[in-house]
Design a protein around this ligand. Structure first.
Ligand code: FMN
Length: 358
C-alpha cells in the first residue's frame, strides 16, 4: 500500500538503487502558488551527504515537477514529481546479497514477498522518504496560505535531552538541534557511535502553530490516530507521543487536564488535540527513532537458505537517522494536516452552503 491520505493524498514510487523516486499528489486544490525554490529547499534539508553526522551518499535530490502545475499555479489535477537517483553503489551490498541484515527489513520483506532486492534495501530503504518530503512541500504551500506553520527539530540524541526548544536556531545546526546548550554533547554522541562502527537513536519534536480548531475526523480518522499512523509509517520510528504522551499516564487528572479560560487553554499537556480534534492550541508531537540498523560491527544472522552466518556490512549509512528523519516527520505532519483541512470543510451544512448557495 503506497498511498496515504483521503482527500489530499499522495502515492510514492521508487527504490533506493532504482532509476528514480517520485510521488503523485492528488486532491490538491487549484490556485496554490507553487514556489519551486521552496520545494527544493525542503529537499535539501533532508538530502544525504551534507556533513559528518549523516550518510556520505551524495544525492542532489533535485525535484522535477512533471504535471499539475501551470504558470506557477496548481491546476487541480494530480501533481507528479520525480527525483533521479545519482549515487547508487549497489556493489556495497554484494556481500550481503543473500543475508538478512539484523534490524533492517530484509528478513520480513523476503519472507513476505519472496523477492530479495538487496541493493540498499530496495523499497524498504528510507531513500523513499525523499518523495514524501516533495509531497509534504506541496502540503506546506497550501497550509502556508492558511497561516498554519509546521516546524521540527531534534530534542534528544542517545538519551541527551534538550532543555529548551528553539525552533528558530534549528536550521543553523548540522543536527537540527533545538537546544544549542546540549547540541555539542548530542553531536559527540553521534560521532562516538559512528567511530566505534555503531549507531544511535534520537527523538524529533514536531510543532504546529495556528492550526484551526476542528481538524480530525472521529471516530476512525481522528487527528491523533492519523498523526500516529503517518509517523509510524516512517522508517525506524518506534514510538509517537502526542503532547505529554506517556507522562499523561503517570500523573493525576488534575495535573494532566488543561484548564480553560476565555483566552484559551492554561496549559498544553494534550498537545493540541482533544477527542481526536485539534483544539486550536499548538500541536506537539514527539517522534522516536531507533538507532540505525546498518552498523559495521560483525553480527550474527541467517541467509536466505536459513544457514547461520556472520555478517559484516559495508556501504554508507546514517549514524543517527533521527536527524534527517525529523524533516520527514515534519513533512508527514504537513500532509496529515492538509488532508484534515480539506476534510473538515464539509463537517457543517453551513460550510457546504457557503460553496453551493446561489
Ligand atoms: N537504515 C540503515 O540501515 N541505514 C541508513 O543509512 C538508514 N538511513 C535512514 C534515513 C532516514 C531519513 C530514515 C528515516 C531511516 C533510515 N534508516 C536507515 C532506517 C531503515 O530504513 C529502517 O530501520 C528499516 O527500513 C527497517 O524498518 P523499521 O526500523 O521501521 O522496522
Amino acid at each position: 500500500m503506497n498511498t496515504f491520505g483521503h482527500r489530499f493524498r499522495f502515492t510514492t514510487f521508487g527504490e533506493s538503487h532504482g532509476k528514480a523516486l517520485g510521488c503523485i499528489v492528488d486532491g490538491v486544490p487549484a490556485g496554490i502558488k507553487i514556489d519551486e525554490e521552496f520545494i527544493q529547499n525542503e529537499m535539501n534539508r533532508r538530502k544525504p551527504g551534507q556533513n559528518k553526522y549523516a550518510t556520505s551518499r551524495k544525492e542532489g535530490d533535485v525535484v522535477e515537477i512533471l504535471s499539475g502545475v501551470f504558470e506557477g499555479v496548481t491546476t487541480g489535477t494530480s501533481i507528479s514529481m520525480i527525483i533521479f537517483n545519482e549515487n547508487q553503489k549497489s556493489s556495497d551490498y554484494s556481500n550481503v546479497k543473500d543475508l538478512f541484515r539484523p534490524g533492517h527489513a530484509d528478513f520480513t520483506y523476503f519472507n513476505k514477498y519472496g523477492i530479495r532486492d538487496y541493493r540498499g534495501g530496495g523499497r524498504s530503504s528510507a531513500r523513499e522518504t525523499a518523495a514524501r518530503v516533495a509531497a509534504g512541500a506541496i502540503a506546506k504551500l497550501m497550509l502556508n496560505e492558511l497561516g498554519i506553520n509546521v516546524q521540527s527539530g531534534i530534542c534528544e540524541i542517545d538519551g541527551i535531552e534538550a532543555n529548551n526548544y528553539n525552533f528558530s536556531k534549528v536550521s543553523e545546526s548540522e543536527i537540527f538541534a533545538l537546544d544549542a546548550e546540549v547540541e555539542q554533547a548530542q553531536k559527540d554522541a553521534i560521532l562516538k557511535a559512528k567511530n566505534s562502527h555503531n549507531s544511535v537513536g534520537g527523538v524529533a519534536l514536531i510543532n504546529v502553530k495556528n492550526a484551526p480548531i476542528g481538524l480530525g475526523e472521529p471516530l476512525y480518522f481522528k487527528l491523533d490516530s492519523q498523526i500516529a499512523n503517518a509517523m509510524m509509517s516512517i522508517n525506524a520510528v518506534k514510538a509517537v507521543e502526542i503532547g505529554d504522551g506517556i507522562l499523561a499516564s503517570r500523573v493525576l487528572g488534575y495535573e494532566n487536564n488543561d484548564q480553560i479560560r476565555k483566552s484559551g487553554f492554561k496549559t498544553n499537556h494534550s498537545g493540541g488535540i482533544l477527542g481526536g480534534i485539534s483544539n486550536g492550541d499548538d500541536i506537539n508531537v514527539k517522534v522516536y527513532f531507533k538507532a540505525t540498523p546498518s552498523i559495521f560491527i560483525e553480527q550474527e544472522t541467517v541467509d536466505v537458505h536459513n544457514n547461520e552466518v556472520n555478517c559484516q556490512l559495508k556501504g554508507r549509512h546514517d549514524p543517527c537517522v533521527a536527524v534527517r528523519g525529523s524533516v520527514v516527520a515534519e513533512s508527514m505532519m504537513a500532509l496529515v494536516l492538509a488532508d484534515m483541512v480539506l476534510l473538515n470543510m464539509s463537517s457543517k451544512m453551513e460550510n457546504v452552503k457557503k460553496v453551493y448557495s446561489k
